[in-house]
Design a protein around this ligand. Structure first.
Ligand SMILES: *[C@@H]1O[C@H](CO)[C@@H](O)[C@H](O)[C@H]1NC(C)=O
Length: 207
């Protein structure tokens, strides 16, 4: 190899290095995105959650409203990801609703929560609390004023005072596509003006 050819070769190699780094960073980014962020098709997510929640743990007690919700889920072939109760204490709570996961029709998934609950008194004010765990680690917790909780949404449901008596609610929320893959456990509860808990919901799903 002559000297001239050698120096041309090394110049080409030097020029290639930044390109190689850019390619490596690009591939790494794509790899990380696919590994941690890109979700499967909605059907795959639903199937994974069917397996997750589908096998009911042996329970000591099933209340009769819970039986009604179970047959509702079964009839509609819904994928359950959570329940809503009138108390956060497992031993005494009564089932007042259920949460399901379903395709959002745009390549992602959404949650839908059904609640049929009877309020004993008019609720004039309250607080909505929420805690989220991601892969069993505390991720997020916050609280909001109940009466203005969903005032900015088109499908607003909560208008205070909430009258005593039966309320049938249905609420949908898109699961943001940018959430990393993993297991999400949420717990939410609502207190009224007397600071009594009037509803408690839990969900557990995997993306
Ligand atoms: C919830 O309430 C709606 C409307 O009142 C009723 O049609 C439905 O059967 C109830 N669902 C359950 C599981 O109780």
């Amino acid at each position: 190899m002559s000297n001239a050819t050698g120096s041309i070769m090394s110049r080409i190699k030097l020029k290639k290095i930044p390109l190689i780094i850019i390619c490596a960073v690009f591939l790494l980014t794509v790899g990380l995105y696919i590994r941690y962020f890109k979700h499967g098709a909605p059907e795959e997510i639903l199937e994974a959650n069917r397996r997750n929640f589908g096998s009911p743990k042996r329970k000591t007690h099933v209340d009769d409203t819970e039986l009604q919700w179970m047959s509702f889920l079964e009839t509609n072939h819904f994928v359950k990801i959570g329940g809503v109760y009138d108390s956060c204490e497992e031993e005494v709570r009564k089932t007042v609703g259920t949460s399901i996961l379903l395709p959002d029709g745009k390549g992602g998934v959404k949650t839908r929560t059904y609640i049929n609950m009877t309020l004993d008194i008019d609720v004039t004010e309250g607080v909505f609390y929420m805690e989220v765990k991601y892969n069993s680690q505390d991720l997020y917790s916050s609280q909001w004023d109940l009466c203005t909780l969903d005032e900015d949404f088109d499908d607003r449901l909560i208008f205070c005072p909430l009258k005593a008596g039966l309320h049938s609610w249905k609420k949908e929320r898109k699961v943001p596509g940018y959430l990393p893959k993993g297991r999400y456990e949420t717990k939410a509860w609502v207190t009224d003006q007397t600071e009594e808990i009037i509803a408690c919901g839990m969900s557990d799903f995997i993306l």
